[in-house]
Design a protein around this ligand. Structure first.
Ligand code: SF4
Length: 211
């Protein structure tokens, strides 16, 4: 696919999903970081239910460093994988307090050194908390960009690189939300609604699906 074709797709996505944003609720970069760490293998809705109470109880990184992982487990149990998540969150809070004076770092390399923070989580924080151009590749972005031909679907890292090449940097933060929204609305993993999809004319996969 060339950049002009990609631009056409992006124009349509912009119309379909204006003002895109993450469904996770947060008031600051620390809350977003914890919310994203909790979001593995669960829904954003479930994370929001848990964090509403969690951040009232423990509003700052300093409150988290006084906890043992076992104590935190009770508060985040409903998000699943709670043992690992709990351990990573307490350690991450300690690093943020000790090394960054309580502020979440805003550089990819620094974020990636925090336990439990992978490339996708770090990119979500950069894009949504700091407004720094990034392209988090989650399961929706990976699948939808492959089906549309925006990326080759080799692996998430290559997909991120390909998307960053074909999409202007000024649109990265919006485009990742557009692809997520499209994955949730029309282009689900099991039953994509190709017949109704406004992107069908641009989508080779969709055209094959409706034959
Ligand atoms: Fe997904 Fe089908 Fe739309 Fe292509 S046409 S983007 S495969 S829903």
């Amino acid at each position: 696919m060339n950049k002009n074709e990609a631009a056409e797709i992006l124009k349509l996505l912009d119309k379909m999903y204006p003002n895109p944003r993450t469904d996770l609720l947060f008031n600051n970069s620390f809350e977003l970081l914890i919310a994203v760490m909790l979001s593995a293998q669960t829904t954003d809705k479930q994370v929001n239910r848990v964090t509403e109470k969690l951040f009232k109880k423990y509003p700052t990184p300093w409150d988290f460093i006084n906890l043992t992982p076992e104590e935190l487990e009770k508060d985040i149990k409903k998000c699943g994988l709670f043992r690992n998540k709990s351990r990573n969150i307490v350690t991450t809070a300690n690093i943020i307090v000790q090394e960054y004076n309580g502020k979440v770092p805003d550089r990819l390399e620094q974020l990636l050194k925090l336990p439990g923070v992978g490339r996708k989580t770090a990119s979500v924080v950069l894009a949504n908390a700091f407004g720094i151009p990034a392209f988090p590749v989650d399961t929706h972005v990976y699948r939808v960009s492959y089906r549309l031909g925006l990326a080759g679907g080799k692996n998430p890292l290559v997909t991120e690189k390909e998307l960053k090449e074909i999409i202007p940097e000024s649109l990265w933060n919006k485009a990742h939300h557009w692809l997520i929204a499209h994955g949730r609305t029309f282009c689900s993993a099991r039953r994509p609604q190709c017949q109704e999809c406004p992107l069908l004319d641009y989508c080779k996969n969709g055209k094959k699906n409706i034959l």
